[in-house]
Ligand binder design. Structure first.
Ligand SMILES: *Cc1c(COP(=O)(O)O)cnc(C)c1O
Length: 357
């Protein structure tokens, strides 16, 4: 039976990408039949992949030459400390908007490096909305935002008005929509939500922001090290970067992030319309803040959760169980998930209503 992958991360990848990645794991024509798993990262084949992957990131996000793109290891979680370590002087200030688990973790790490303030949060309602209309100090080195809250299912629909540079964790919605690069000093994203397998993290930095703290930064933790060497200072995660490269090409061939944004809107509407229509279910998130990547919803009668999960399982739907901090269900509907898969879920919700409503 066809499976429908609604897992939050590592997550669904395009069929065409999996096929190519699988073939490359066996043998690459360009490398005389060697596998991508066993070739040197210094080979022309791979250094071309790395360079092209970086330029595709720039092209797809509309980044100019004023940005550098890195493929690093250590996950988005390592950026929680690498960002302040690299750009926040010990007497400087950074502000955070706390919209859930990931930003909470970013705040905890940043505290080690400078003056950290939390200028808004949505803790009072279990992070079910995006705070708005908060005051932003003007003397900040940066404002840290999380564009999509993977666990709670909220998404930032517009950036707050400020001249302060923004640092953004885009792990779970990068390449899902257009962004305005002029607003950002740093963007980072673990690959395993919307781009590739686990093992690499994209970090985008604005030129000219590094080397300004008085800190002695360990070589491997210094962004400048990796920028200078094109993300090849040490052995990069060759296979994850290769799969990201394949997904980036797939994105471009499909018409880039504008086209993805349109598809994501269609998928999101299909699912949220059913959540709102179906009397058995309810969404957990403030409507205007609903994520187009992770849709969280509950059964009004939670004693029937297992019945619904069993019906999903029978339809080939995987990864639909909600995160323990929200409960209920979470459908992650990233770029690579087809509208047909969302339709299968909607059909199961309708069938549930017919039997149990
Ligand atoms: C998954 C996730 C992270 C953590 O990513 P790792 O690569 O596992 O460290 C951070 N931020 C957001 C928004 C995420 O969804």
């Amino acid at each position: 039976m066809k499976k429908h992958n609604f897992f939050a991360g590592p997550a669904v990848l395009p069929e065409a990408v999996k096929k190519q990645a699988g073939e490359a794991a066996l043998s690459l024509d360009e490398m005389g039949g060697l596998s991508i798993l066993e070739i040197s990262h210094r080979s022309t084949f791979f250094s071309d992949v790395m360079e092209e992957a970086q330029s595709l990131v720039k092209e797809l996000l509309g980044l100019g030459d004023d940005f550098d793109v890195m493929f690093l290891t250590g996950g988005a979680s390592s950026q929680f400390y690498m960002v302040p370590l690299n750009i926040l002087g010990s007497n400087e200030s950074a502000a955070f908007v706390d919209t859930g688990t990931w930003s909470t973790k970013a705040i905890k790490e940043a505290h080690r490096y400078g003056n950290i303030s939390i200028i808004a949060d949505s803790k009072d309602k279990n992070f079910s909305y995006i705070p708005k209309d908060y005051d932003i100090p003007t003397d900040l080195r940066y404002l840290h935002l999380t564009s999509n809250n993977t666990i709670y299912g909220t998404q930032l629909k517009s950036l707050p008005e400020t001249n302060v540079p923004i640092v953004c964790d885009m792990s779970s919605d990068i390449f899902s929509r257009k962004i305005d690069p002029s607003r950002y000093d740093i963007i980072y994203a673990g690959a395993q939500k919307n781009l590739g397998p686990a093992g690499t993290t994209i970090v985008i930095t604005r030129k000219g922001i590094l080397g300004k703290t008085d800190r002695d930064i360990p070589t491997m933790l210094d962004y400048q090290t990796h920028i200078n060497k094109g993300s090849m200072f040490n052995t990069p995660p060759v296979y994850p970067v290769y799969v990201c490269y394949l997904t980036l090409k797939w994105l471009k061939e499909l018409g880039g992030v504008e086209n993805m944004a349109e598809k994501n809107h269609e998928k999101g509407h299909l699912l949220y319309d059913e959540i709102d229509r179906n009397p058995c279910f309810e969404g957990t998130v403030n409507k205007e803040d609903r994520s187009l990547m992770n849709a969280c919803f509950l059964l009004k009668d939670s004693s029937k959760d297992d019945i619904f999960l069993k019906m999903c399982d029978d339809a080939g739907i995987m990864g639909i169980k909600g995160h323990r901090s929200v409960g209920g269900f979470r459908a992650s509907i990233y770029n690579a998930l087809s509208k047909e898969s969302v339709q299968v879920l909607v059909d199961v919700m309708k069938a549930f209503e017919a039997k149990n409503g």
